[in-house]
Design a binder for this molecule. Structure first.
Ligand SMILES: [Zn+2]
Length: 95
């Protein structure tokens, strides 16, 4: 599946896929489940009941770039940009 439209709408990321299905993901969840090695390590130290608190900068997307034809690289305003979200992962996050 490929995205035909990607947009940030208030505090959500909305993706429309080429089969016309739609994924809507809260930016806080997108950030929380950032798949990069750095965030992964952070997460492994936290308990499952931990609720992260993010600054406005950590929840603002400055740009989104396709990575190959399987993923999106998301650039956050606090300059965190190592998260590569593959399409299946994005679909999972929207559920
Ligand atoms: Zn990360």
């Amino acid at each position: 599946m490929l995205p035909v439209s990607i947009k940030v709408d208030e505090n959500k990321l909305k993706i429309i896929w080429d089969d016309k299905s739609e994924s809507v993901i809260k930016l806080a969840n997108l950030r929380r489940f950032c798949p990069c090695a750095l965030c992964d390590e952070e997460k492994s130290k936290q308990s499952s009941s931990y609720i992260p608190i993010y600054s406005a900068e950590e929840l603002s997307i400055t740009s989104i770039k396709p990575v190959g034809n399987y993923a999106l690289g998301i650039f956050w305003k606090d300059e965190h940009n190592t998260g590569i979200y593959d399409y299946n992962y994005l679909i999972k996050l929207s559920e």
